[in-house]
Design a protein around this ligand. Structure first.
Ligand code: CA
Ligand code: CA
Length: 419
């Protein structure tokens, strides 16, 4: 990839939409997926995306008055650092370089100092269609000593496709790239399904070294309640993919033993807070995006309850009609189309320490969430006019975003620093 740097530097104290309806949001969300079900006809995340002709001017701050209304009083500059093709996820290496996944199946290594991007070879063949492709990338907690990394991606198989998670040793070369060695698939979605939506496949490690995988319901609804498969579930595993002690459904079946919680729709971001609580957001159908506190053995109710409705107009009973299902801590209608999630603990934005940051796809925004124990609220929303797919905190405390562009087009790596 041609080195690319700073074609745009623009103010991003941007219009704050806190407490405003984001009424320009169309339905929900994921990009360009063909409907897989007559029931859920609206394509997920079928939001308008920034066109190539949009310029820095159209993305810039609207006016000074709005800038001064920020909840936290913070403002930031947003700088475009590099471009990637349909990027999906990123993570920093200890040396400060950045691993970035591209949906088509490319794992990139970007050197921020040199402004150069090289490739990591050895990624398995991925099914790149609809919402599917190469997904998340994550370092093992002891990466510095074992060089293990984890990737998620969509693979083909009997009955269609499904997400898989592999681990491999990352071997870096002297030319700014590297390769995956000793790659081993440690988990698979089951069953495989036709269609190309709702894979989920976000990854996280907790403080005990457990690997967590969000496994979405493949736009097929009922799998989220079906314990003979692992779709529509939050999965908890040992770092080698085996089932750890302490999972709630170990007495049911081999696949149920992987499951920590169920009744989920499409989870594209999750994060542990400083107290070890797991928070995950979830795309609702037509309305009803959620922030959930993930509890052991809990059922989050989809598709039996949702604060949104089916795309064909059929109602889904709201959460308050069925208290036996775990209700969201935050519910968004209109939707934000959440993707990517960090809880900030850096030094560059001290007023934001402890805040969650969630990317917005159809809402083209960055959403700041404030937590208070087991409750949370949206504190402010930055209108970025870009589909935010991924959020990371950099080693220096800057906030980094991936804007996913549009299929076949460029997306951007963006850096947020105090103004
Ligand atoms: Ca990440
Ligand atoms: Ca409803």
């Amino acid at each position: 990839m041609v080195p690319f740097r700073h074609s745009l530097i623009f103010l991003a104290t941007l219009g704050l939409l806190t407490a405003c309806d984001n009424s320009s949001n169309p339905g929900n969300q994921e990009q360009l997926s063909a409907p897989t079900s007559a029931v859920e006809a609206a394509p997920e995340e079928a939001a308008p995306v920034a066109t190539d002709t949009e310029t820095a001017e159209t993305m810039a701050a609207p006016d000074q008055d709005e800038m001064e209304t920020t909840d936290s009083g913070s403002s930031f500059s947003m700088t475009e650092i590099a471009q990637f093709e349909s990027p999906w996820a990123m993570t920093f290496l200890p040396d400060g370089r950045l691993l970035v996944t591209e949906m088509a199946g490319n794992l990139r290594l970007h050197d921020l100092g040199a402004g150069e991007t090289e490739s990591i070879e050895g990624v398995p063949d991925v099914v790149h269609a609809g919402q599917g492709g190469l997904g998340d990338v994550l370092l093992h907690p002891q990466f510095a000593s074992n060089q293990q990394i984890y990737i998620s991606y969509v693979e083909a198989g009997d009955g269609g496709s499904g997400a898989a998670v592999a681990r491999a040793r990352l071997v870096l070369d002297e030319n700014g790239g590297g390769s995956l060695e000793d790659l081993e698939v440690i988990w698979r979605q089951t069953p495989k399904m036709s269609g190309d939506g709702h894979f989920g496949h976000r990854l996280a490690f907790d403080d005990e070294g457990m690997l967590w995988i969000s496994s979405s319901e493949r736009q097929e609804f009922d799998p989220a309640q079906d314990m003979t498969g692992n779709l529509g579930k939050m999965v908890r595993l040992n770092d080698d993919g085996s089932v750890p002690e302490g999972n709630p459904f170990t007495d049911q079946s081999e696949v149920a033993a992987q499951v920590w919680s169920l009744g989920h729709r499409n989870i594209l971001g999750m994060v542990f807070d400083a107290e070890g609580r797991l928070w995950a957001h979830e795309m609702g159908p037509k309305g009803g995006d959620e922030l959930n506190l993930i509890e052991k053995g809990a059922n989050y109710g989809y598709p039996i309850v949702s604060n949104g409705e089916h795309y064909d107009g059929r109602p889904i009973p709201d959460h308050d009609t069925r208290p036996e299902f775990e209700a969201p801590v935050i519910s968004w209608t209109p939707v934000i189309s959440p993707a990517g999630f960090i809880i900030y603990d850096g030094e560059l934005f001290p007023e934001w320490q402890g805040s969650g940051f969630i990317g917005g796809l159809s809402s083209q925004s960055l959403v700041r969430v404030e937590f208070d124990g087991e409750s949370a609220r949206e504190a402010e929303r930055f209108d970025l006019q870009q589909r935010v797919r991924e959020v990371e905190q950099g080693p220096d405390g800057a906030i980094w975003l991936l804007e996913d562009g549009k299929r076949g087009g460029n997306g951007s790596l963006l850096k947020l620093t105090p103004q």
